[in-house]
Design a protein. Structure first.
Length: 127
């Protein structure tokens, strides 16, 4: 029960941030303000997802070892996104390197979608 609740919270947070928060920021604010808000929120979002996915992985050890490994991988890849990829994306943006930004942002989007799919798979397996 706790594992499923944690997984659902993680999944919901990922989906809400990716498809709700970012879209809403661009609807409510001008482009520069929206970018600043999103950029400022990413470190907190990533930290929350690292903690939640690691906690899910720890709880899932007792429930399903494969799901535990998958959630551990989500935590590690989110750590990479927070500590490396995010900084490279910001540096490319600040330097006006549009092609580098697009490539790195594309990597982050694919990574995020894969993480959402992984957490969704874990929910199905545990439910």
């Amino acid at each position: 029960m706790i594992a499923l609740l944690l997984l659902s919270t993680t999944f919901g947070g990922m989906v809400l941030f990716s498809f709700g928060f970012a879209v809403l920021m661009f609807k409510l604010f001008d482009k520069a303000e929206a970018r600043r808000a999103i950029r400022g929120s990413f470190p907190y979002y990533y930290l929350a997802m690292i903690v939640l996915s690691a906690l899910c992985g720890a709880v899932l050890i007792a429930v399903n070892w494969q799901a535990a490994v998958v959630l551990g991988a989500v935590a590690v890849t989110t750590l990479y996104a927070r500590q490396s990829l995010m900084h490279r994306i910001n540096a490319a943006t600040d330097a006006g390197q549009t092609s580098a930004f697009k490539r790195l942002h594309g990597v982050s989007v694919v990574l995020q979608l894969a993480q959402i799919a992984a957490v969704g798979w874990a929910i199905v397996v545990v439910a």
